[in-house]
Design a protein around this ligand. Structure first.
Ligand SMILES: Nc1ncnc2c1ncn2[C@@H]1O[C@H](COP(=O)(O)OP(=O)(O)OP(=O)(O)O)[C@@H](O)[C@H]1O
Length: 232
């Protein structure tokens, strides 16, 4: 489970996120949805421990700044960053060791295959395309065997095959009871994945929806109703 309470983040004098609170239960996929600049990445980075913030964030009930919490969550950033001199396989091994992960060799091989990285295993970080870096980033977050996983705009830069695999992986994580939080401004990427949606605008959560309450209503319509924009 992931719990965010009264999160507030200023960049200098700019208030980027103001009094944001939400909860994503075990085995659920939460979506932070909102236009550019709404504050989605700021929330994800705060949860991941990359920013100073006011408020309380708990991962499986543990304050997110504690090592015990960091051990059980995975994070896929919006912009992947690689160790230039480590190969794809070494990136994954590094994470396995650092997190003392329970992932097996077989599971690692299977993930590499699914994301078509087996034949790229020996390529170095600085020899990868942007999409390949994104895949390594995803593989590293999965190698943690996290109980909570954060994805910041995960589909951007991925090819259709990788998008399909990633969606399947997310559904598998969910069925294993993992808590997933995805930030995106692209509704169509998450419509078959989500359980709870938090619609953000200008640093606030303007509305939240649970899938079972929304039924067959068009997600675009809901989004534009909340944000006051017009559907094109
Ligand atoms: N490092 C920073 N320094 C100063 N202001 C920042 C910084 N990062 C983000 N901001 C500001 O904080 C606000 C929220 O930005 P954030 O990146 O969280 O939005 P977002 O919803 O993730 O947007 P996008 O969809 O474009 O990634 C914006 O007004 C942005 O200009």
């Amino acid at each position: 489970m992931l719990e965010v309470q009264g999160l507030r983040k200023m960049y200098g004098k700019n208030l980027a996120v103001d009094q944001v609170s939400f909860f994503v239960p075990d085995g659920s996929v939460g979506i932070l949805l909102g236009p550019n600049g709404a504050g989605k990445s700021t929330i994800i980075k705060s949860i991941a421990g990359l920013l100073r913030y006011e408020g309380m964030i708990r991962v499986q009930g543990i304050p997110s700044r504690e090592l015990e919490a960091k051990r059980i969550f995975g994070y896929v950033p919006e912009i992947p960053s690689m160790f230039e001199a480590l190969s794809v396989r070494e990136h994954i091994e590094y994470i396995r060791m650092a997190y003392k992960s329970r992932i097996t060799d077989q599971e690692v091989e299977r993930l590499m295959e699914r994301f078509e990285m087996t034949d790229k295993a020996d390529k170095l970080g600085n020899e990868l395309s942007k999409g390949m870096m994104q895949k390594v980033s995803i593989l590293c977050a999965l190698a943690v065997k996290p109980q909570v996983i954060l994805f910041d705009e995960p589909m951007v830069g991925l090819d259709p095959q990788a998008i399909r695999e990633l969606k399947e992986v997310i559904l598998e994580l969910k069925s294993q009871g993992v808590t997933v939080l995805i930030s995106t401004h692209m509704l169509e990427m998450v419509e078959d994945l989500w359980d709870i949606m938090f619609v953000m605008e200008k640093g606030h959560v303007k509305a939240s929806f649970r899938k079972e309450d929304v039924g067959n209503r068009d997600l675009d319509d809901l989004f534009f109703e909340v944000t006051g924009g017009e559907k094109r």
